[in-house]
Write a protein that binds this ligand. Structure first.
Ligand code: NAI
Length: 283
């Protein structure tokens, strides 16, 4: 199952990073978004990252040009007609993903693998929108994609070993480390990370310590590069709440109940860095 032509759907934070690492590794990439401005923003971000790599001596100007030349724009899912692998990184919404996967199933060649970068939605449920559930798989990159080494590879109920192996090999070619994960709520990364963040918010809510001190304990005491409350602000408090709800619904266990303080911040529109205010203020 040779992969050479890749389509990345969604040119946002994650999709543009995924397109960049695929192009740098020598794959031809169609970067798709429903909005032309989003594509343009995505490609501008990729160009900036690659230029920084050239400045730092990590790549030559020629390699940068070659990588950029491998990325072409797409505004139509019909462009999936000649690809070997699709990596979907559109919004975290099951209806949107179902609609995209249904179309891809009709358009993409029979052999093509359809992967999703979802951070929390069940792969098996996304696969059910297609007639090729054996070729649907999760490829969960971490943010920021060009920097972070891990990719969780998640098998749906029907995913074959052959498809898993092809995606694992591809991940290694991207200079990333694949980890095999079964399709359970939150996979591994968010099942462990999000309850920690949620517990930090409960700790703040109960007045056990100030936000700065909670973050300080986890940075100095556990060697985490960033405290959990600051990390929550970077991820987005709406995203944190959404994933906690997926864990809570998925396991039916009260240990995953989202903190009322987290809900309150989200209701207030204090979503973290992206809105200028979360647990901390950002100018
Ligand atoms: P984003 O909001 O930055 O980008 C999403 C892009 O998808 C937007 O440019 C939007 O125009 C486009 N889009 C929406 N619907 C589309 C459609 N039907 N067809 C084509 N393009 C469409 O979102 P982000 O953060 O890049 O997340 C994307 C996916 O990656 C989500 O599933 C998310 O859960 C997952 N993810 C996010 C991480 C993060 O830290 N932000 C980490 C790992 C996974």
């Amino acid at each position: 199952m040779a992969i050479q032509n890749v389509m990345v759907i969604g040119a946002g934070q994650m999709g543009s990073g995924i397109a960049q690492v695929c192009a740098q590794a020598g794959f031809n990439v169609k970067l798709n978004d429903m909005k032309k401005e989003a594509y343009e923003r995505g490609i501008a971000g990729i160009t900036k990252n690659l230029s920084r790599n050239v400045e730092k001596g990590r790549m030559t100007e020629e390699e940068k040009t070659e990588a950029l030349n491998r990325i072409t724009s797409s505004l139509d899912l019909q462009d999936a007609h000649d690809v070997d692998l699709v990596i979907e990184a559109a919004v975290e919404n099951m209806e949107v993903k179902h609609s995209i996967f249904k179309t891809l199933d009709e358009v993409a060649p029979k052999h093509a693998i359809l992967a999703t970068n979802t951070s929390s939605l069940p792969i098996t449920e996304i696969a059910a929108a297609t007639n090729r559930p054996a070729q649907v798989i999760g490829m969960h990159f971490m943010n920021p994609v060009p920097v972070m080494k891990l990719v969780e590879i998640i098998r749906g109920l029907a995913t074959t070993d052959e498809v898993y192996k092809a995606v694992e090999d591809m991940t290694v070619k991207l200079s990333k480390t694949p980890v095999e994960v079964e399709d359970f709520p939150g996979f591994v990364a968010n099942r462990i990370l999000m309850p920690m963040i949620n517990e930090a918010i409960f700790t703040l809510q109960e007045g056990v310590a100030s936000k700065e001190d909670i973050d300080e304990v986890m940075k100095l005491g556990m060697n985490h590069p960033m405290g959990p409350l600051q990390l929550a602000d970077f991820i987005g408090l709406d995203t944190c709440l959404y994933i906690m709800e997926i864990l809570h619904d998925g396991f039916g266990d009260s240990k995953y109940r989202p903190s009322p303080l987290l809900r309150k911040y989200v209701k207030a529109g204090w979503l973290g860095k992206k809105t200028g205010r979360g647990f901390y203020e950002y100018s």
